[in-house]
Structure formats: structure tokens, C-alpha cells
Design a protein. Structure first.
Length: 179
């Protein structure tokens, strides 16, 4: 994840679009990124940290940030390397198309997914701190196109990650900006 300290959501979106950034990124001032800098006492940038899901810091700085050093740090802590897509985590073949609009959103967003196999799925919206702020009940989806409307009235402004998943696998994740 990239965090642009002191930047606004609009600046981050413009940067991502200009340079074709596909990995998740967040602004510091509006997207909650500055909280991450404070929480982990990150001094300068660019800096690469390895943070465990329990929020403990495993590696304070991966330097120099070469592919070899990053992979070494990840594998040392049990991560498994594998090929990945630059268009999201859609490599499992279940979801062949996904659209999220409007994005940025205010009070509602529409998720459209095309599924090629029967699957029980749910939808989660996660903030930058890793907290699930919205979760649908797992339901059975048949092959075909599905449209799901998500109400965002009670969700704070910021950058979130919307995932389509089940108990075993995250099939797709998209960044969602809520204004």
C-alpha cells in the first residue's frame, strides 16, 4: 500500500491515474494515512515497513527497497511469493468482470460482478486501519451478472477497500473513495 503523507484524496487519485498506479494507495490528510505515520512513528518517506495483521511492526525499514530485499523480508516472515495481476486480485477465475461506480461515492455505490461458477460470497468494506466497516451476509451467487447496491450514509469520508470474498478466499478487491 502506498500512503502519500500530507496529500489530499484528489492529489493521490491524480497521481495514481497519471502514473498508472494499481496497488492500493491513500492520502495522508483525508484518507487516514497520517494516522498510520503517527501510529507507527514513521519519520521519512519513502519508507517500506512490514506490518503484521495484528498491527505489530515486523521490519521497521526495508532498505534499500530492491525487489530482492522486499521478497527476502516477506519470505522471512512466512509470506509466499506468487505471480499477481496488476488489475486487482481477480486471478482465481470465479469473477470475470467487476465494476464499482460511482467512485468516488458519497451515499451509495453500485457493485457489478460477473461470476462464472456457483459460489457463496459476501462483500466487505475495510478502512485503512484494517477495520471492517460494512459486511454483507454470505449469500449464494449463480453464474451471471449481479448488481449490488451498497448504502454508505453512515460511513466516514476516506479511502476504503471493497472486497468480494468468502470464508476461504478474497476473490477481488477494489479501492473506493467516499467523499
Amino acid at each position: 500500500m502506498g500512503i502519500a503523507r500530507w496529500s489530499t484524496d484528489e492529489q493521490v487519485i491524480n497521481f495514481d491515474e497519471q502514473y498508472g498506479i494499481e496497488y492500493p494507495s491513500a492520502s495522508g490528510t483525508e484518507g487516514g494515512g497520517n494516522q498510520i505515520f503517527q501510529m507507527y512513528n514513521i519519520g521519512g518517506t519513502p519508507t517500506l515497513y512490514l506490518i503484521h495483521p495484528d498491527r505489530s511492526v515486523l521490519v521497521k525499514q526495508i532498505y534499500p527497497p530492491t525487489t530482492e530485499n522486499i521478497v527476502d523480508s516477506l519470505t522471512k516472515y512466512g509470506c509466499i511469493t506468487q505471480a499477481c495481476s496488476n488489475s486487482g486480485i481477480d486471478d482465481f477465475g470465479i469473477i470475470t468482470d467487476i465494476k464499482l461506480y460511482p467512485n468516488p461515492a458519497t451515499t451509495r455505490t453500485q457493485l457489478e460482478i460477473e461470476i462464472i461458477k456457483d459460489r457463496k460470497l459476501s462483500i466487505e468494506l475495510v478502512n485503512l486501519m484494517g477495520d471492517v466497516v460494512l459486511k454483507s451476509l454470505e449469500q449464494n451467487f449463480q453464474p451471471g451478472r449481479h448488481s449490488i447496491s451498497l448504502k454508505l450514509d453512515n460511513i466516514q469520508k476516506g479511502i476504503y477497500f471493497l472486497s468480494v470474498l468468502n470464508e476461504e478466499t478474497v476473490y477481488s478487491t477494489r479501492k473506493l473513495l467516499i467523499n
